[in-house]
Design a protein around this ligand. Structure first.
Ligand code: NAP
Length: 285
């Protein structure tokens, strides 16, 4: 879907709280520059419970003053009733991370699932097997949706097992729910991919790991942490020390941003250029 290029300046942005540490401005400004488009990507912090702030931004979008929005915590679910339409993927996942405007109507997308899957393929995981997903929140839903679509067997481990069960009932009814704290008692030898979809390991919990101290890593598994700040979490370090291939969430971040940009403009940004922009402007990647 291409944006109307009768506008001479494209205004994109991110709604969430907090948003000040977001890397999205670097990515979208690099994409604008790649295609010679005039525009900017602005952070729009909307304090929790500031519904009028949220509605004001959406009204600006309907009026064509804002041409594309990303959505992050805590609004990925709460934004849905305020939109006119959401894609079947966003509906299934139950979360929107990208909004586009078409003829005054606001359409919600979820590019996290596709972003995760695209990056996972570059991690050499193209044949299905058993995946163990840690956590059962919004990002876990996108990961489970993507893996399930590709024929993977899904296990979800959460500290509240009822949250894992609910996720599986909605997205992967054949899957298994596990207690995160009791993983060391499980036979994990068939697991080929472990995905951390919890915030354990990122600030202010950088010294935390989602993985129970006594649980052994399945020897054939690869480890994917959705966290990208820090570039290597405590859990990734432990997995690498145990000899497992590890990957952080930076590639997924780039992929979900590139897909959002394509929805807004019709242009497909170069992934290496986006990664280069991050390396130059956000430290070593
Ligand atoms: P969320 O909706 O709040 O869900 C977090 C999940 O993790 C919940 O199941 C939560 O359980 C669990 N959890 C929280 N702290 C935990 C801990 N210390 N130990 C074990 N489980 C814990 O958050 P989200 O949106 O899914 O995001 C999760 C992570 O993914 C974040 O680090 C986020 O930055 C990352 N992410 C990365 C990308 C990317 O592009 N790379 C995209 C999206 C998200 P409770 O409900 O019991 O707290």
């Amino acid at each position: 879907m291409a944006a109307s290029f009768s506008v001479s300046f494209l205004q994109f942005g991110l709604i969430g709280y907090p948003v000040e540490h977001s890397l999205s401005p670097i990515l979208h400004r690099a994409a604008l520059q790649e295609f010679g488009l005039r525009g900017d990507y602005t952070l729009f912090p909307v304090a929790p419970n500031d519904n009028s702030g949220l509605k004001h931004l959406l009204a600006q979008m309907r009026q064509g003053e804002i041409h594309g929005l990303n959505v992050t915590i805590p609004y990925k679910q709460r934004i849905i009733p305020l939109l006119d339409e959401i894609t079947t993927t966003a509906q299934a996942i139950g979360a929107v991370n990208t909004i586009a405007q078409q003829g005054g109507r606001l359409i919600g997308y979820n590019t996290d699932a596709e972003g995760f899957w695209a990056d996972l393929q570059t991690f050499g995981m193209d044949t299905p097997g058993t995946a163990l997903v840690l956590g059962a929140g919004g990002a876990a839903r996108a990961v489970v949706f993507a893996l399930q679509q590709q024929g993977w067997e899904i296990w979800v481990a959460a500290r509240r097992i009822e949250q894992a069960q609910e996720l599986l009932t909605q997205l992967a009814p054949q899957g298994r729910s596990l207690h995160l704290s009791a993983l060391e008692k499980e036979d994990l030898s068939s697991v080929r991919l472990i995905v951390n979809a919890t915030p354990a390991g990122m600030p202010p919990h950088s010294d935390h790991s989602p993985w129970p101290a006594r649980a052994a890593f399945p020897p054939q598994a690869k480890v994917y942490d959705l966290i990208y700040n820090p570039r290597e979490t405590k859990w990734m370090q432990a997995a690498r020390t145990a000899g497992l291939p590890v990957r952080n969430g930076l590639g997924m971040l780039v992929e979900q941003a590139a897909r959002a940009f394509e929805i807004w403009t019709g242009f497909r940004p170069s992934r290496p250029k986006l990664l280069k922009a991050l390396a130059e402007q956000a430290g070593s990647v």
